[in-house]
Design a protein around this ligand. Sequence first.
Ligand SMILES: [Zn+2]
Length: 239
Amino acid sequence: MKHLLLSLLVAFSLFAEPVPDKLVVLTFDDSVASQATFVAPLLKQHGFGATFFITEGFEFLVDKKNYMTWEQIKLLHQDGFEIGNHTRKHAGVTKQKPEQLAADVEFIEQQCIKYGIPKPISFCYPGYATSEAALKLLEERGYLLARAGGEKPFDPTTDNPLMLPQAFDGKPESTLEQFKASVALAKAGKIAVMTFHGVPDLKHPCVNTSPEKFKAYMQHLKDEGCTVIAMRDLAKYLH
Ligand SMILES: [Zn+2]
């Protein structure tokens, strides 16, 4: 019996689930307050999943008007959203010594545990810079998924899930047409991973998405009948 169970487990782990068309992952970086006050309620209305990548960098510690509190982050988790790790200080991983990076990654894990949030399995590279050392660290610490930058869909058969690309990066100049084009990439085994910052993002205008535009983006996902999930939900599609 034990042997049979083991065989079944091995069989299931060898074969990842097929990726459905129109599979979209929503990610939100930098712990911006509008993610709790505007984004999360809208996503709940639509029944969409999402991952919020938390850092205590920028003015997180002193500006609680523009950055979430840990109580708000805890509420996101309790609402069913995923909390991911975006490091303590938001320093580029290529600029850090291995022990600094390890400490910054561990700090967010400890904060999560302190607030009753599971230890993250998803990571986001600050500023999108990646390194082999960071990749190794994430593997060692049990991370399954890590988002970088880029502008292409994620292909689980060829892309490393610890350096997975984004298909769309919400900027002030981004258009609904561009968003639609990125969504259209989610087919034939590929997944569209979307990046946003604040909606709005008053402290970082270069990554701002206006609430009106964001509503139109989300309505498009609804109209297209997309499956909209958190990054952690990709685990079953990994090879
Ligand atoms: Zn960031």
